[in-house]
Design a protein. Structure first.
Length: 163
């Protein structure tokens, strides 16, 4: 099944594009000079806790719901991928910083609107960056990833204050 997902360019669990397809689309955007290219990295919080406490079937549902959040919150022109176990990547051609922030706000609103519908908590750390063509895309992804980890720490700190 995993081999078929690789060839098809699709993640079988979420229905999103996989990393391989996403990389091809990024190359296409770069070749087409569709700058600035917006990059949004999301990392699901508490997937391990969900798997450990509620079972892997619930963890799979959590990932599907977060995939739905990504799809519902990003424009049709974007490329939406699951790039790892609990990591998502959204790439927007011809984007602005405001376009990226609007996607982040929309994902957060989706999570808030759907909180309480499941046995698990909906939470995703998010980071964004723009590539204007002056640096390589890997650098932009690393910047977004670093900002996502900063958001993850902020979420942890907020949870500790309210506990």
């Amino acid at each position: 099944m995993e081999e078929l997902d690789q060839v098809s360019g699709m993640d079988g669990l979420t229905g999103l594009s996989n990393r391989r397809f996403c990389n091809l689309e990024i190359e296409r955007m770069i070749a087409g000079k569709q700058f600035p290219i917006g990059v949004i990295i999301g990392d699901v919080n508490d997937l391990k806790k969900t798997n450990d406490e509620l079972g892997h079937a619930q963890g799979d549902i959590l990932l599907r719901v977060m995939g739905e959040a990504v799809v519902c919150s990003s424009p049709p022109k974007s490329v939406r991928c699951r790039i790892g176990g609990d990591e998502f990547l959204i790439v927007l051609p011809n984007a602005s910083a405001e376009d990226c922030q609007e996607v982040v706000r929309s994902i957060r609103a989706f999570m808030q609107d759907n909180q309480g519908k499941y046995d698990f908590h909906l939470s995703m750390a998010l980071g964004t960056a723009l590539n204007d063509g002056s640096t390589d895309i890997e650098t932009t992804i690393k910047i977004a990833d670093g900002l996502m980890y900063a958001d993850k720490e902020k979420i942890k700190a907020e949870r500790n204050l309210s506990a």
